[in-house]
Design a protein around this ligand. Structure first.
Ligand SMILES: [Ca+2]
Ligand SMILES: [Ca+2]
Ligand SMILES: [Ca+2]
Ligand SMILES: [Ca+2]
Length: 369
């Protein structure tokens, strides 16, 4: 998944006369119209009775305990065409690993990249994003192609908030494998698809998780899956990408806009050791606070783009002070670095927490005053 910065590089390369006046900032409008209505998906991840063999084949008995996710959709959601080919994923875990499997229907399986940490989405790929503690910072990205070439990286914060991609981050002990139903890089036939199996060691995922890894019973981690697909034609017996045709991004939990680096819209994976079929997914009780804070954050981004400063109040952002339960009225504080916005959230047990977001999108629950 490319960072959005790539498009601004393209813009910079255009002659000045070809550049249009910048569109008015619309991050707040996009949040309300495109992102907020898409409720992040939830998944209950069962404890594996025995470790699956990481060979790309999903015929191991433990996978029978793992439900398929919903079929992947376009990254922008149902407003865009249904993906041309089906993609689904499954998850399991045990004391040592977080296991992810995916099945990708594909009539023409191809891959070219063979160097670890290459920009894998230039090939068709399968991608995993993991934000263990759901604060939108310090998250992992993993991409692999049909040659099982991998790219693992760590993001201290999203690109939109100034985060650099740290390619040097590695996952010691990672296992991944691909199984091809058909032939690779051979356009003479029609293939069925490819499947992947990945085992992420908790030891590596726990490095910057800021919470227990392996997880405790009921813990929920934020997880995104994406499949990048390119439209191709066959020339001289080889696959060639259609020129000037952007990639498709087909994903588990639609983001609403074409950017995977919005961890606030990734799905929720809830870990359990209880028997399969006995646990249901519990929606995140902090979701109302998180959504209200994102609304303020995106309005602040627009305000900063227009005025080169952060707004000091909801009024300056034309945001209603509405305090419909379980939320109280949000408050904005300016800080030396930017701003922090807070909102009180009352939980069903009547306990109350203050939730916050900063100018760099970090979401936290603060200790009670
Ligand atoms: Ca297997
Ligand atoms: Ca995090
Ligand atoms: Ca790496
Ligand atoms: Ca083939």
């Amino acid at each position: 998944m490319r960072p959005l910065a790539a498009s601004s590089l393209l813009l910079a390369a255009l002659p000045a006369a070809a550049q249009q006046a910048p569109a008015p900032p619309a991050q707040h409008a996009d949040w309300l119209a495109k992102m907020l209505p898409l409720i992040p998906r939830g998944y209950v991840c069962q404890f594996a009775a025995s470790p699956p063999v990481i060979d790309g084949k999903l015929d191991d008995a433990p996978w029978n305990d793992a439900q398929w996710t919903d079929e992947f959709k376009d990254i922008e959601g149902d407003t865009k065409p249904k993906p041309r080919f089906r993609t689904r994923a499954r998850m399991l875990w045990d004391e040592n690993f977080f296991y992810i499997a995916a099945d990708l229907d594909e009539p023409h399986i191809w891959a070219t990249l063979t160097n670890h940490d290459a920009v894998i989405f230039q090939d068709p790929d399968f991608e995993v994003f993991i934000d263990p503690n759901g604060d939108s910072h310090e998250y992992f990205e993993f991409e692999m192609n049909a040659l099982n070439t991998t790219w693992d990286l760590f993001l201290p914060k999203p690109y939109k908030d100034g985060g650099p991609a740290m390619n040097s981050w590695e996952i010691p002990g990672l296992k991944s494998s691909v199984h091809i139903r058909g032939s690779l890089n051979n356009p003479a036939d029609t293939d069925e698809g490819w499947s992947v199996e990945i085992a992420f060691p908790w030891k590596a995922l726990g490095e910057c998780a800021r919470r227990p890894a392996p997880p405790a019973e009921g813990d929920q981690w934020r997880v995104g899956f994406s499949r990048v697909e390119w439209q191709i034609e066959i020339k001289d017996g080889k696959y060639v990408k259609l020129p000037n045709t952007p990639e498709n991004n087909w994903i588990w939990s639609p983001q609403g806009i074409i950017d995977m680096h919005r961890p606030e819209r990734w799905g929720y994976v809830q870990f359990t050791r209880k028997p399969p079929g006995t646990v249901t997914f519990s929606p995140d009780p902090s979701a109302p606070a998180r959504n209200r804070l994102q609304e303020i954050y995106y309005a602040q981004k627009d305000h900063f783009a227009r005025h080169n400063r952060w707004a000091a109040s909801l009024k300056d952002l034309s945001i209603s002070p509405d305090a419909t339960p379980p939320l109280g009225t949000p408050v904005i504080h300016l800080t030396p670095e930017g701003f922090i916005a807070t909102v009180p959230l009352t939980l069903p047990d009547n306990s109350s927490r203050l939730w916050s977001i900063r100018q760099d999108a970090l979401v936290q629950s603060l200790p009670n005053p």
